[in-house]
Design a protein. Structure first.
Length: 207
């Protein structure tokens, strides 16, 4: 196994982009990008902390939940979650964000990179009311780079091909938490059951 340590080595292995490829990069939300965002119900939001440790968070709501203020500014509402605040804390630390917009069934994706700040306020959060609840806060993204990403990853993975889907994987937060929690008076089995029931209730009442 030979480690790649430089951009020159990387280019020697991967090659250079077609001369026209860089022309797909924009510094604003061009019309096709805006149309895509208006139809997207799901994004993947990438951030990193001051030490460069990255994380990626999914954010989803009804199509068009990300608001287009103008061709250089997006607004993203924050909804109830696990309160760990990994991504939001990173935005406070670095002010940077990367986003992938997805539309079910569309194999191309839209990538947006830029600066980000967090805002609160009754009027602002009220603009993003869903399920009778205003947003907890709003992320304002100043777009620095915007472009469509090709469909190869989705074609290879057959992500939107329902005939290729396996049976849904059962994820138990109760199991993960119980195995990692300090053992006390509550048994591991009981803790697992309590947490899993709480998660299912949260899915129903706290979206």
């Amino acid at each position: 196994m030979q480690r790649i340590n430089s951009i020159d080595e990387l280019r020697a292995r991967i090659g250079n982009p077609h001369p026209l490829t860089k022309n797909k990069l924009y510094d604003h939300l061009f019309p096709a990008a805006q149309e895509f965002i208006q139809q997207s119900p799901l994004i993947m939001m990438a951030t990193s902390n001051a030490e460069g440790q990255p994380t990626v968070s999914p954010k989803g709501d009804q199509p068009g939940f990300v608001a287009i203020e103008n061709e250089r500014v997006l607004l993203i509402p924050e909804r109830p979650g696990n309160k760990l605040l990994h991504g939001l804390s990173n935005i406070i630390a670095t002010g940077q964000i990367g986003i992938i917009f997805l539309i079910p069934g569309t194999e191309e994706t839209l990538r947006v990179n830029g600066a980000c700040q967090l805002y609160q306020g009754e009027e602002l959060c009220g603009r993003f009311t869903a399920n009778g609840k205003p947003a907890l806060l709003v992320m304002q993204v100043e777009v620095k780079e915007c472009f469509f990403h090709c469909a190869k990853a989705f074609k290879r993975s057959k992500t939107w091909d329902a005939s290729s889907w396996p049976e849904p994987m059962k994820v138990s937060f109760g199991e993960q938490i119980a195995k990692n929690a300090t053992k006390g008076k509550v048994s591991e089995f009981a803790l697992r059951k309590i947490v899993d029931q709480a998660v299912q209730s949260d899915y129903k009442k706290n979206l």
